[in-house]
Design a protein around this ligand. Sequence first.
Ligand SMILES: Nc1ncnc2c1ncn2[C@@H]1O[C@H](COP(=O)(O)OP(=O)(O)OP(=O)(O)O)[C@@H](O)[C@H]1O
Length: 544
Amino acid sequence: MTAVMANGNWDPSLSGLLASLEQSRRQLPSSEEEFGFLSGLLQSKELHALVKVHNRIVENGQDDKLNPVLSSSMQVALEVLELIMPRLEISETCKELFELLQVPHLQGLMCAHDAVAQKDYFPRLPEIPLDVEEDEETIKIVQLVKSNEPLTGAQSAEPIVGATIKADEDTGKIVIARVMHGGAADRSGLIHIGDEVIEVNNINVEGKTPNDVLSILQKSEGTITFKLIPADGRGGPRESKVRVRAHFDYIASSDPYIPCKEAGLDFLKGDVLHIVSQDDAYWWQARKEGDRNMRAGLIPSRALQERRILHERSNEDKSDSEAEADDFAREEIATYEEVAKLYPRPGLYRPLALVGPPGVGRAELKRRLMATDPSKYRSPVPFTTRAQRPGEVDGKDYYFISREKMEEDVAAGKYLEYGEYKGNLYGTSIDSVLALINAGHVCILNPHYQALKMIRTVQLKPYIIYVKPPLFDTLKETRTAAHAKSTFDENSRAFTDEELRQMIHRGERVEFMFSHLFDDTIVNADLSAAFETLMRIASSHLVK
Ligand SMILES: Nc1ncnc2c1ncn2[C@@H]1O[C@H](COP(=O)(O)OP(=O)(O)OP(=O)(O)O)[C@@H](O)[C@H]1O
């Protein structure tokens, strides 16, 4: 038995699970790898610590402070369904769980749980009529502890303990402009958008500007007391479930338009963000996925960011040649891409796609990689409508099919990419790539950059490597030394200077339009160095 279990401190339920896992090892349909993963997890210190925390919370949660562990059980159930779907045929347990999670009563229960957890109570009951004088208003007094949440700023809306204030345009009164998700104000549940601030720490704010109020706040220590007139029709919006991958870097402090720099959330291209509120057309609230800081920050909305990019692009395009711009003009604007969580699938590899300007050396890199282990690295056999030549094998060199059938399949969206050459169609089908992936190979693709968007699907999840040409002198030197053959001419000859320049120029355009889709970049200067980098990437990043 494992050392962990001999340790008396180990949580008994974890030890129990581990023991039954080991006992029923033989009856389980899982692989050695999956078994090892589960057994390692049950013995991990992190899980043990989490269970301890959980037990402590349960112990202490006997009073009315019970908070939901999770406010999105429906979402989790959907993720579980998706996860176990591929195992239905092989595991009775998975099948049972699959059916169970779809029982309407259980789903109803989870839905009700989430609504309560998200405090999404309907119907809203009318306010209890208060026996007050006609001109007397209902006032609420809220105490918050001042922390190091955003407190400064110079715009019209200033953040206070996780909320921002502004002067109402019509009345000039100080009102709550925004409540940051997860911040002190939001956690209190007592401050809402539109609430009017009358006093802060017993100081009347009537006639004061947001900046005056801010300086009162800055001077105060510890607890801050607000006297507020509640806004009508309040009620926090539901937390959205949207997760997006950012396709640009964002630094709030250098954004001149953000209403409050300190409330901004910085992120880098590729970060996954959980959007918690899209109520404002220009400023969304988001958290970084996996970030332990529960307070959300402001980020530009998709609409705002698209406007900025269009603006930038219209400036850039003026300096670009008309014909070249055409090639790219139809591309969508890269801001945020909605993502679903990905789960690793043991034993399967992500395809590797090499993209770059024509002639940069993708075919050469692919050929070398496949030569290192032909049974591991494979590239899909293309389809063609041209006639079979003597010596060619159907299904090995090409799949030979009729033009009619190929056109029909292209129209049905079955091809990742296709093109016409000398009156014949050539193309790569999605199914042929999937077949390689599911057979456990690393599928190598070198698609045209225009096919990138077709290829980058959840189904294929390719790892995209941009093969970049080096600066002109190095490009010319390396290609000349290796007697490289121009890919722009069937007669084998060297690249002309003009072709090399065009390669660099097209590379810049590819990078400009698609860099948000790249997972890695290899500069193809010295061929053996570039190949070494490719080998390193291929052996480390490809688990599907
Ligand atoms: N780093 C390098 N140094 C020297 N020669 C290179 C290098 N990389 C590629 N080459 C050579 O350049 C030529 C063109 O390369 P390759 O056929 O791989 O280009 P490609 O990117 O696949 O082009 P296309 O997309 O037009 O088919 C080949 O002769 C190849 O051997």
